[in-house]
Design a protein around this ligand. Structure first.
Ligand SMILES: Cc1cc2nc3c(=O)[nH]c(=O)nc-3n(C[C@H](O)[C@H](O)[C@H](O)COP(=O)(O)OP(=O)(O)OC[C@H]3O[C@@H](n4cnc5c(N)ncnc54)[C@H](O)[C@@H]3O)c2cc1C
Length: 446
């Protein structure tokens, strides 16, 4: 039963997933309200902690990005919003029950499974996906106890996007630079004892095709304790190819990336003990080792008529840790159709149903946090267009088993405040609690 039947808002909406897409959807619904149109929003999240990848994805050394969480907490404080943490769609509540009782369901469940390289040796110990490594250093409770072997001198990160860059930076920074961040305690301890001094980042295509964004590239020459290497010829050849393909006046994004690469290539090497090195036109063919990762074999590519083609030549990088960061796909949820790694949808509509999707679950793993805001606003317009007369008072409490432990907004605030308080004496923004049982203990006390 909701607080008061008399003030029962007209439409009940279940938002599944408390990441940026979920909160921006709630915000867009809240700001579309009028005297005639009101929404009661129940947000459902499988974890006892909120904010999705803002908490478990964004790199610890980029704390400013995480301040968007303040917006999320404002959304949560609005009347008509209720939070149900530790509730997983497909496990604790069925898709059918949710869609048959709420007027609208919005799936904002993200993309959390790492895409596979599909090469021999990928499953050797020492070979990890960014979808495991990132939540490990970010204190996601499902990944706190995975094994990350940092005992060797060299690591290889496969992928040419910002996630790969985050992984490489975390391995190549002096760990003292992470002491004042919210890097999880177990990861910080491992990184302090790490023998890794050289981190390769590899991409299949040319420098000009890499998906890194300019701010991430411009940060590299400024690293205080890490040298960054790229062969200057690779950068000038990429520039020549780009001009040959697009003409002298390059599109802004490409021009600023190539300029950032030029600055990286020209930046003097200081002789630091720690290095990052970029290798482009390299396709991973095999990960080799006796019982654990010992080397990665790469095929060398070239660009012919604008296409990446294998030359037939290869080279090896001896290493003990490989992290593949080549994209994500959505985890399946019973009762929901998926295609090409995301929820099957047309512009956010799960056609013929009262269900919608926003964010990475809808679009796949692309776009920054703000992209989910415009996405949410577009889908909320469709939701409002499609509204029929309200059918019933959707109420998740009636769908959960009677003794299901729910972390509500008060419980989540207790976790959040406890973490911040634990961080204060150490000069950190927070110390993340990574143990499910302890998170539930704090989150359920309130
Ligand atoms: C490593 C990494 C670094 C990034 N860094 C940046 C950055 O610096 N700047 C930037 O702008 N963007 C960054 N991004 C992109 C940004 O994080 C995404 O655009 C954004 O988080 C996508 O939002 P989302 O809500 O769709 O998914 P998510 O943030 O993944 O949220 C999905 C939520 O749904 C929950 N969920 C999943 N399944 C269920 C279920 N069955 N039942 C209930 N709940 C469920 C999950 O637990 C999660 O909380 C980064 C992404 C990654 C992977």
């Amino acid at each position: 039963m909701r607080d008061s039947d008399e003030q029962l808002p007209k439409y009940t909406v279940a938002i599944v997933g408390a990441g940026p897409a979920g909160y921006f959807t709630a915000q867009a619904l809240q700001s579309s309200q009028s005297d005639e149109l009101t929404f009661a929003i129940d947000m459902i999240e499988r974890l006892p902690t909120m904010w999705g990848l803002v908490r478990s994805g964004v790199a610890p050394d980029h704390p400013k990005i995480k301040t968007v969480a303040k917006v999320f907490e404002k959304v949560a404080a609005e009347p008509g919003f209720r939070l149900f943490g530790n509730v997983e769609l497909g496990r604790d509540v069925s898709t059918e029950d949710l869609t048959s009782t709420y007027d609208v369901v919005v799936l904002c469940t993200g993309s959390a499974i790492g895409k596979k390289l599909g090469i021999p040796g990928e499953d050797l110990p020492g070979s990890l996906s960014a979808a495991e490594f990132v939540p490990w250093y970010n204190g996601h409770p499902d990944y706190a106890s995975i094994s990350v072997d940092v005992s060797g001198e060299t690591a290889v990160v496969i992928g040419a996007g910002n996630v790969a860059m985050d992984c490489a930076r975390m391995l190549a920074l002096n760990p003292a630079e992470l002491d004042s961040t919210d890097t999880s305690g177990h990861a910080l301890e491992a990184l302090h004892s790490s023998a890794i001094r050289k981190v390769f980042i590899t991409g299949r295509r040319g420098v000009e095709h890499a998906a890194f964004t300019a701010p991430e590239l411009r940060e590299l020459p400024k690293l205080e304790h890490t040298d960054v290497r790229i062969n200057p010829n690779e950068v000038s050849e990429a520039h020549e190819r780009a001009v040959a393909e697009h003409g002298e006046v390059l599109e802004k994004h490409l021009a600023s990336n190539l300029e950032a690469w030029r600055q990286i290539a020209e930046h003097p090497i200081s002789g630091h003990a720690r290095e990052m090195e970029f290798r482009f036109l390299s396709t991973p063919l095999e990960i080799k080792g006796e019982g654990k990762v010992e080397e990665v074999i790469f095929g060398i590519n070239e660009i012919k008529d604008g296409k990446v083609v294998a030359t037939g030549a290869s080279y090896s990088i001896p290493c003990s840790l490989v992290i593949s960061a080549i994209g994500y796909e959505s985890a399946h949820i019973s009762g929901v159709s998926f295609e090409r790694g995301r929820i099957a949808n047309i512009e956010g509509r799960l056609v013929g149903t009262n269900t919608y999707t926003v964010g990475w679950a809808k679009r796949g793993p692309s776009g920054v946090i703000g992209t989910n805001k415009s996405d949410a606003s577009d889908v909320v317009k469709l939701i409002i267009e499609d509204l029929k007369s309200p059918k019933s008072a959707g109420d998740i409490t009636k769908l959960l088993s009677p003794n299901h432990a729910v972390v509500n907004q008060v419980g989540w605030s207790a976790i959040n405040l406890a973490e911040i308080a634990n961080g204060e004496p150490l000069g950190k923004p927070r110390v993340k609690e990574v143990d499910w049982a302890k998170l539930l203990e704090i989150g359920l006390k309130s």
